[in-house]
Design a protein around this ligand. Structure first.
Ligand SMILES: [Zn+2]
Length: 484
C-alpha cells in the first residue's frame, strides 16, 4: 500500500513541476505533443503494446469472487514518456472501464478494436513532455468468463478459482497494460481471496490483511522487472508449501488443497533442479521461486518466479521415470532465458524456447531417460520442412511451432559442436549475467557469441542456422540429412 501512495505523490509532484514548462515561451521550444502509437512494432503482433511511453511500475489491486468470476480492479501504472504525448494507449480486452486519471486528474478515455484485444486511448488533461514521469490510474471491472475479442488468458479450475496464463498476448484480459515483452516493469499486487481460498502472484508475499468476513487481501512485490506476458496472479483452493534451495533461496509452491502428499515430493525436486541450472547460468535471478500446480491448466508456463503447471503432467512415464521433471527444468530454465532476459519482440522467441528445450533434453540425458543426439538428429531431419512452412528458428511466422522450440535447441546444439563444450558453456553462462533484467534480440546473441569467443566466424555461422532457408551441415555429423 505504501508503494502505491508514494507513486501517486510522485506523479502529482511532477505534474506540478510541469506548470512552468507549459508557459508559452517553453512551448515554443519544440514541444510537439502527438498521440503515441497503438502498437510497439512487434512483427508478429503489430498492435501488441503501445508506443510513446515505458512503464516503470504496475500496482494492481484485484478483487475476485470465485464461482461467479466477477472482479473489480484498479491498476496504477507509473510510466515515463518517450515522446511528447497528447494521448496514449493501453491494451485491454473485455473490461468495463470506470475511470481513468493521469497525474491525479480525470482523463477522457475511449475504447476501440485492435488486432488482438482492444485499445484504451487516454487523453491526459495536460500533454506530457518527453522524459516526463507520469502516473495513470484505471478503475475497471469485468467477469473472468466474459467474451473477449481475442484469446483469453484465464484458466478455470474445478475449485471455482482461476490462474493466469497470459503469454504471449493475453495479459490484457486481466488488466489494462502495455502488453509487450519490450516493456518490463516492477510490480506490486493486492489480491483479495475469500475464506478457503489463497491468492498467489509473482514475487514475494509481503503481507496479508484479514477481514472480518474471513477473507483476506494478499500483498505481493516483484522487485525485478517483468513484462506483462509473465503475469502470474491466481485465486485458488490451494496450499502453500515452503522450502529453501541449497543456496538459501526461499521457495514457495502452491498445490491443490488436500493433495499435499502427492505434490509435496514433486515440488521438493526443485532444489536439485536449481543447483543443476545455477551451475550453468549463475545465481538464480529473482528473490523467490516456486511452482503453482493447478487442475485448471493443462500446459506449463514460466510465469516469473511462479511457474504454472497443470496437474496432468505429474504421472511417471511407461518406464516409471518421472520425466515430468524435464518440464520442470524447462520452465525453470526460462527464469534466466525469457524472464530475467526477455525477447524484445516475439520474433526473438527462440531465445526463450531454444535454451529451455536444450537444457531439458540435457537434463533428461544426464538422468538416463533419453539420448540428446537422437533427439537432435530427429529434429534436424524434420527442420527443413518446418523452415519452409513456419519460418526458420530466428524468423518464425507465428509462435508455438517446433522451429522455435526444437529448432532453437538444434541451433544451440550446432553451436556447441562447433565451438566445443568449454566455449559453449561460457557463451551460455555469461549471457544471463550480461543481459540480466533487459530485453534482447537474436542480433544481441550473435554479437555476444562473437564477443565471448573472439571468433568472428560465429556471426555467419549463427546467421545461417537462425535465419537460413535450409539447415547448414551439422558439425561432426555430415551424414545427417533433412527432407525439404
Ligand atoms: Zn518454454
Amino acid at each position: 500500500m505504501s508503494t502505491s501512495r508514494r507513486t501517486l505523490l510522485k506523479g502529482a509532484g511532477i505534474a506540478a513541476c510541469t506548470v512552468p514548462l507549459a508557459a508559452p515561451v517553453a512551448l515554443a521550444e519544440g514541444f510537439d505533443p502527438r498521440p503515441g502509437s497503438d502498437g510497439a512494432g512487434d512483427p508478429l503482433y503489430p498492435t501488441l503494446g503501445n508506443g510513446g511511453y515505458q512503464v516503470t511500475h504496475y500496482d494492481l489491486t484485484f478483487d475476485f469472487t470465485p464461482v461467479t468470476y466477477d472482479f473489480t480492479g484498479v491498476v496504477k501504472m507509473s510510466a515515463r514518456a518517450t515522446q511528447d504525448l497528447s494521448a496514449f494507449n493501453l491494451d485491454t480486452d473485455g473490461h468495463t472501464i470506470d475511470a481513468v486519471t493521469v497525474n491525479g486528474r480525470a482523463a477522457p478515455f475511449a475504447l476501440s478494436a485492435g488486432a488482438s484485444g482492444q485499445e484504451l486511448t487516454v487523453t491526459p488533461a495536460r500533454p506530457l513532455h518527453k522524459g516526463q514521469p507520469f502516473a495513470v490510474t484505471v478503475a475497471y471491472r469485468g467477469n473472468g468468463k466474459a467474451p473477449r475479442t481475442s484469446l483469453s488468458g484465464w484458466k478455470f479450475g474445478t475449485d471455482g478459482g482461476f490462474a493466469c496464463a497470459a503469454q504471449s498476448s493475453r495479459a490484457d484480459t486481466f488488466m489494462p497494460c502495455n502488453d509487450t515483452p519490450s516493456d518490463k516493469a516492477t510490480w506490486t499486487f493486492h489480491l483479495s481471496a475469500p475464506e478457503g481460498y489463497v491468492a498467489a502472484a509473482n514475487g514475494e508475499l509481503t503481507g496479508k490483511d484479514k477481514r472480518a468476513d474471513g477473507s483476506a487481501v494478499w500483498h505481493f512485490a516483484l522487485r525485478e522487472r517483468m513484462p506483462s506476458e509473465l503475469l502470474g496472479i491466481a485465486v485458488v483452493k490451494g496450499t502453500y508449501l515452503y522450502g529453501t534451495s541449497r543456496t538459501g533461496l526461499p521457495l514457495r509452491h502452491v498445490v491443490p488443497q488436500g493433495q499435499e502428499d502427492t505434490y509435496g515430493p514433486i515440488v521438493a525436486r526443485t532444489p536439485d533442479h536449481l543447483a543443476w541450472l545455477e551451475a550453468k547460468f549463475g545465481k538464480y535471478p529473482f528473490s523467490v521461486y516456486g511452482i503453482h500446480i493447478y487442475d485448471g491448466y493443462t500446459d506449463a508456463l514460466e510465469n516469473s518466479t511462479l511457474t504454472l503447471m497443470g496437474t496432468n503432467w505429474f504421472k511417471p512415464n511407461a518406464d516409471g521415470n518421472p520425466t515430468y521433471e524435464n518440464t520442470m527444468v524447462h520452465e525453470l530454465t526460462h527464469q534466466w532465458w525469457g524472464d530475467s532476459v526477455t525477447p524484445d519482440d516475439w520474433q526473438q522467441a527462440w531465445l526463450n524456447e531454444g535454451p529451455a528445450t536444450y537444457y531439458a533434453a540435457l537434463y533428461s540425458q544426464e538422468r538416463g531417460w533419453s539420448v540428446m543426439a537422437d533427439k537432435m538428429e530427429t529434429t534436424y531431419a524434420g527442420l527443413n520442412a518446418v523452415r519452409a512452412k513456419d519460418g526458420p528458428p530466428g524468423l518464425p511466422r507465428a509462435l508455438g511451432g517446433t522451429n522455435i522450440y526444437d529448432g532453437g535447441a538444434l541451433v544451440l546444439y550446432a553451436l556447441q559442436l562447433h565451438v566445443g563444450q568449454r566455449l559453449f558453456d561460457r557463451i551460455m553462462g555469461q549471457w544471463p549475467r550480461r543481459f540480466k533484467d533487459r530485453t534482447v534480440t537474436s542480433e544481441d546473441f550473435i554479437r555476444h557469441a562473437v564477443d565471448v569467443t573472439r571468433d568472428r566466424s560465429l556471426d555467419p555461422f549463427l546467421r545461417d542456422w537462425l535465419f537460413g532457408p535450409v539447415n547448414p551441415p551439422m558439425p561432426g555429423h555430415p551424414e545427417w540429412s533433412a527432407a525439404s
